[in-house]
Ligand binder design. Sequence first.
Ligand code: GLA
Length: 408
Amino acid sequence: MQKITRFAALVVAGLCLLGTQAQAKKFEHLAQTPPMGWNSWNNFGCDVDEKLIKEAADYMVSSGMKDAGYEYVNIDDCWHGERDANGFIQADPERFPSGIKALADYVHSKGLKFGIYSDAGWTTCGGKPGSRGYEFQDAQMYAKWGVDYLKYDWCATDGLKAEGAYQTMREAIHKAGRPMVFSICEWGDNQPWEWAKPIGHLWRTTGDIYNCFDCEYDHGTWSSWGVLQILDMQDDLRQYAGPGHWNDPDMMEVGNGMTEAEDRSHFSMWAMLAAPLIAGNDIRKMSEATRKILTNKAVIAVDQDEIGVQGFKYSSKNGVEVWFKPLANDEWAMAVLNRNKGEVKFEFKWRNEMVKDELTHRTITFNEQKFDWQDLWNKSNKGDTKKFLKTKIAGHDTLMFRLTPAKN
Ligand code: GLA
């Protein structure tokens, strides 16, 4: 009798193991560099419709953003209507009269990809139907519509475990059979960097960004954060990021009202973090200054560098931070961020500096090795690391350089 019980237990264990092995994987080949695109939320909130999304796709092409590498056009919250009698989700018929499939087709016809938003809970953060209990049906619908990217939020999830909830949606996407970038948005509450690599392609590391450079916006039970506050929350996370699995410090506020210097700093630091570059402004009406920041290909190349290593803070003194990011082919990016409101003088005696990256074990000993540098915001400004760098940085502005090993 005992033998039979033990045999039965072994069979059950074996079946369980088989079950685990049969578990669906995420689509591994996606997001090999941080995803780039546009999302409706930061500027439009719930005020979304098909006209806006189509125009965003049009302007992504005509503004030069597509040419600079932006690819995804993503609707955030509030596109939803009701579920039909069989439980399938439908778009809001007034805001999206042509339906989501037609919209996705339109975005695809521009050579771009299309993203959508849902939530692991009963409702989305905007109070629309969430995917809880409908994960497989929803993923099937998204696949049918031609969705390429799913941002999956964390409102109304009381009693759910984040890892399991996101795993369920990963399974559902896999079952639906259409490769989709899976963007985990649980605000860093459950340390997704520790468990989300086999599940999603990016995960939010913080609460929501707020359109300011240096502030906290208190909503009562939660806060949104300025650019500097979010930047400071990225410490100690760099070892978790890499091709196919990125830390996401939230979508950008470039062009939403900060000063030009602040926008430049925001964009530079997101590139140093190898962050997803998802624009959040009204790209149909952006100023030339905003367009130039968002399409600076030299800065984008730092973000998109193929080795996918997140940068790190090298030094911090009197509100001026120096950051380094290892790039492919022994190159480096360097950023100098002035957190102060006023202009500062900045001197960098390269030959006294030694940079050591604990993660990649790469080092720069500037008194032994010469680099040529190029200023990525003012390309005519070039030099090498034999001479002192002596310059001024405007309040809240950032300098950014690319360092290339010198030939001689
Ligand atoms: C949460 C997310 C935001 C946005 C809103 C939509 O706050 O973190 O990025 O998607 O929900 O309601």
